[in-house]
Ligand binder design. Structure first.
Ligand SMILES: Cc1cc2nc3c(=O)[nH]c(=O)nc-3n(C[C@H](O)[C@H](O)[C@H](O)COP(=O)(O)OP(=O)(O)OC[C@H]3O[C@@H](n4cnc5c(N)ncnc54)[C@H](O)[C@@H]3O)c2cc1C
Length: 636
C-alpha cells in the first residue's frame, strides 16, 4: 500500500503542520551530511543552492557543460503566483482550485494546495535575487493570463522567463560553489542509482568527455532531471532532454506515476519537413492577444489576409465563450486536431491553424505588441521566414511536457527511501493536464521550499551508516553500467541511434499521442518490443566509449526511451477513461470532450518494474477530493 504521508488536518494547515512536525538538523551537524542533487535546471539548481546555503555538503550533477544550459532556460511565457496584484479575484484557494480542475481531478489535493500557497514566496525570492520580471509603467510587477483561468496571475520576463529565473537560481548556486558548499560536476551523466540496505546512497555517472565511469556516495539523493517528452522524438524540449535518470531509478525500485499523462501543447510551429529533429514552441502567452482561427471552408488555399471575417471560424471563441482562446492546453490541442482532421487545416501539409494578431495590433498598437511578444515574433520569423506582424502565425500541437514521472509522497520522496524527486521529473501536482506557467512554479516550489525542508527531516530522522564507494553495491552497479555500454558498442549493426528514435517517436505519437484507442495502443505494444529487439541487434555506434561520443550518449538514452514507451502504452491502455491530455477515443462526452470515469479511475497509477519484457505491477494511490468537488470540466 502506497503511503503518501499527507498530513492530517484542514488543507490550509497541512504544510505548516508538516513543517512544524519535521525534524531539524543542527547547523553544526549539517556539514557532516552529504547530498547528491542530479540536475541543475530550475528545480535542481534551486534545491542544490538552498541546501548549500543551509550548510550541507552538496554535489550537483549535470550532463550539460554549465547549469545555464538546462532545458529550463527555454521556458518562455511565465510563472504563476496567487499574489492577486491585479485585485481581480485571485487567491491561494482559487489557484488551487484552477490547478485541480485544470488537471482534470487526477492530482493529490494536499500537494496542489501547498503549491498554490508557496507560489507567493517564489516571486519574492526571485525578485530578491534580481530576476527582472516585467513591470508596469509605475514600477509594479506586471501580470498576464494563461490558459484555463480567468484571472491575471502570471509573472513574466518578456518571452524569456525561464532564462531569467535560471540565471537567478544559477547565481545562488554559484555563490555556494564559491563558498565551497556545493561541488558542481558538469558533463557528468547519471547512469544508475545505488541502493545500500534499501536506501538510495549514491549514483554511478559517466564523464561525457573522457568516458570514465565513476561512483559517488552520499546520505541522500535528489533527482531533478526534467521530463521525458523526447520519447516522441519530435518535441519542444531541448534535444538532450531524456528519461535515463528516472528510468534507471525506476529499474532500481522507484515506482513510476501516471507515465501516460503527457502534454501536447497547442501553439507550436508546425513541422515543415520529414528531416526535422526539433519542434519550437510559441508561448501560450500569445493566446492573451492572438486569436485562433481556421477557414470555414475545407481545402481553402487563399492566403489568410484574403479570407474575410465572415469566412473565418474562430472556433475556440465560438465553442468556449467563457474562456475563448485561453482554454487549457489539452482542450485547445484537441480542437486544433479536430479542425485539421476535418480538412480545414492551413499551411503546406494542412497541419496548422492561424494565430492572428491583427486585432491586437489594431487595439494596442504595433509597439505594445512588439514590447510584449517581440522575441517570440523574431523566433517565428527566423524559423518560418514569415512576418507575424503582417500575416497570422501558423501553429499546431506538439509534445511539450510530461505530467507523469517518478511517484513521490508529500515529502517528495520516491518509493525508494532516501531518493527524492523534484521538478518535472516527479509525477507532480498537475494531474492529467498541466496549466500554463505552472511548471516553473512547481519546479521552484520543490527546489527552493519543499526539498530544503523535507530532505533535512529525512537526514535528521534516519540512522545512516557511513557508506563508501568501495561498498559492493557500488561495484555491482558500476559493472552493470559498463556492461550495458560495452553491449551497445559491440552491436556494430547498420542503423543509427536517431533512426530508432525517430521510428519509436512515430509509434508513440500515432498511438499514444493526442488521441489513444484500444486498437492503436495494442498495435504500439506489439511493435515497441520488436523495435527494441532490432535496436539491440542492429544498432550502429561510431567511436569508442573512452571519448566524447554523442552517438553513444544518444543510444544509451534511446535504450531507456524504448522501455519507457512501452510502459506509457501499458498505462494508457489500462486507463480506459479520458482525462486531461489522456484522451481515449472510446470515452468522450456527446460534444467530444474528455469523459472521466471517477468510479473506476480516481487514482494515481503507479507502476513497479518487474524486469524487461515482464508485465509491470500496478499499484494505486486513491485520490479524494474534499475541497474541490468532482465535476465534469467545462470551459464553455
Ligand atoms: C519551450 C518550452 C517553454 C516552456 N515555457 C514554460 C513557461 O513559460 N512556464 C512554465 O511554467 N513552464 C514552461 N515550460 C516547462 C518548464 O520549462 C519545465 O517543466 C521546467 O523548466 C523543467 O525544469 P526542471 O528543473 O525540472 O528540469 P530541466 O530544466 O529539464 O533540467 C534538468 C537537469 O537535469 C540534468 N540531467 C537530466 N538527466 C541527467 C542525467 N542522467 N545525469 C545528469 N544530469 C541530468 C540536466 O543536465 C539539467 O541540468 C516550458 C517548456 C518548454 C519545452
Amino acid at each position: 500500500m502506497l503511503d503518501a504521508r499527507t498530513p492530517s488536518g484542514p488543507i490550509e494547515q497541512k504544510w505548516d503542520k508538516c513543517r512544524y512536525e519535521m525534524k531539524l538538523v543542527n547547523p553544526t551537524n549539517r556539514r557532516k551530511h552529504s547530498v547528491i542533487v542530479v540536475g541543475a535546471g530550475l528545480a535542481g539548481a534551486a534545491a542544490a543552492a538552498t541546501l548549500g546555503q543551509q550548510g550541507y555538503h552538496v554535489h550537483c550533477f549535470s550532463y550539460h557543460d554549465t547549469p545555464r544550459r538546462a532545458h529550463s532556460i527555454a521556458a518562455q511565457g511565465g510563472i504563476n503566483a496567487a499574489k492577486n496584484y491585479r485585485n481581480d479575484g485571485d487567491s491561494v484557494l482559487r489557484l488551487f482550485k484552477d490547478t485541480v480542475k485544470g488537471g482534470d481531478f487526477r492530482a493529490r489535493e494536499a500537494n496542489v494546495f501547498r503549491l498554490a500557497e508557496v507560489s507567493v514566496n517564489i516571486i519574492d525570492q526571485c525578485v530578491a535575487q534580481g530576476v527582472p520580471f516585467a513591470r508596469e509603467y509605475g514600477g509594479l510587477l506586471d501580470n498576464r493570463s494563461f490558459g484555463g483561468v480567468q484571472v491575471e496571475r502570471t509573472f513574466y520576463a518578456r518571452g524569456q522567463t525561464g532564462q531569467q529565473l535560471l540565471l537567478g537560481a544559477y547565481q545562488a548556486l554559484e555563490e555556494q560553489v564559491a563558498a565551497g558548499r556545493v561541488t558542481m560536476h558538469v558533463r557528468s551523466e547519471l547512469l544508475d542509482v545505488v541502493i545500500v540496505s534499501g536506501r538510495a546512497r549514491g549514483i554511478v555517472t559517466r564523464d561525457l568527455v573522457t568516458g570514465q565511469i565513476e561512483c559517488h556516495a552520499a546520505d541522500v539523493v535528489v533527482l531533478a532531471t526534467g521530463g521525458y517528452s523526447n520519447v516522441f522524438y519530435l518535441s519542444t524540449n531541448a534535444k538532450a532532454s531524456n528519461c535515463t535518470a528516472i528510468w534507471r531509478a525506476h529499474r532500481r525500485g522507484a515506482l513510476f506515476g501516471n507515465p501516460c499523462f503527457t502534454q501536447i501543447h497547442p501553439t507550436c510551429i508546425p513541422l515543415s519537413s520529414e528531416h526535422q529533429s526539433k519542434l519550437t514552441l510559441m508561448s501560450e502567452s500569445l493566446r492573451n492577444d492572438g486569436r485562433v482561427w481556421v477557414p470555414k471552408k475545407k481545402g481553402e488555399t487563399r492566403p489568410p489576409n484574403d479570407i474575410h471575417e465572415g469566412e473565418r471560424d474562430y472556433y475556440l471563441e465560438n465553442r468556449y465563450p467563457s474562456f475563448g482562446n485561453l482554454v487549457p492546453r489539452d482542450v485547445a490541442s484537441r480542437n486544433a486536431k479536430e479542425v485539421c482532421d476535418e480538412g480545414r487545416g492551413v499551411g503546406p501539409h494542412g497541419q496548422g491553424v492561424y494565430l492572428d494578431f491583427a486585432d491586437a495590433i489594431h487595439r494596442l498598437g504595433m509597439q505594445t505588441v512588439r514590447e510584449k511578444y517581440g522575441n517570440l515574433f523574431d523566433i517565428y520569423q527566423r524559423i518560418t521566414g514569415e512576418d507575424a506582424y503582417l500575416v497570422p502565425m501558423r501553429i499546431y500541437p506538439a509534445p511539450h511536457y510530461t505530467m507523469g514521472g517518478l511517484w513521490v509522497d508529500y515529502h517528495l520522496m520516491s518509493t525508494v527511501p532516501g531518493l527524492f524527486v523534484g521538478g518535472e521529473a516527479n509525477f507532480s501536482d498537475h494531474g492529467a493536464n498541466r496549466l500554463g506557467a505552472s511548471a516553473l512554479m512547481q519546479g521552484l516550489s520543490d527546489g527552493y521550499f519543499i526539498l530544503p525542508a523535507t530532505v533535512p527531516d529525512y537526514l535528521a530522522s534516519t540512522k545512516l551508516d557511513a557508506v563508501a564507494t568501495s561498498d559492493p553495491a557500488f561495484e555491482e552497479a558500476k559493472t552493470e553500467v559498463k556492461a550495458r555500454i560495452d553491449k551497445l558498442l559491440a552491436i556494430r549493426g547498420k542503423r543509427s541511434p536517431d533512426s530508432f528514435h525517430k521510428e519509436l517517436g512515430r509509434i508513440v505519437w500515432d498511438n499514444c499521442g493526442m488521441a489513444r484507442s484500444d486498437a492503436g495502443l495494442r498495435k504500439a505494444l506489439a511493435r515497441i518490443p520488436e523495435l527494441r529487439e532490432e535496436f539491440w541487434n542492429n544498432l550502429c555506434i561510431v567511436g569508442t566509449g573512452e571519448e566524447l561520443n554523442q552517438s553513444l550518449e544518444k543510444a544509451n538514452r534511446i535504450s531507456d526511451f524504448l522501455e519507457l514507451a512501452e510502459l506509457m502504452c501499458i498505462d494508457a491502455l489500462d486507463r480506459t477513461e479520458s482525462c486531461g491530455g489522456h484522451f481515449r477515443v472510446e470515452s468522450q462526452t456527446p460534444d467530444g470532450e474528455a469523459k472521466r470515469d471517477d468510479a473506476n479511475f480516481s487514482y494515481t497509477a503507479t507502476w513497479e518494474w518487474q524486469g524487461l519484457g515482464q508485465a509491470p505491477t500496478l499499484h494505486k494511490e486513491p485520490l479524494n477530493f474534499e475541497y474541490v468537488p468532482l465535476s465534469q470540466r467545462s470551459y464553455k
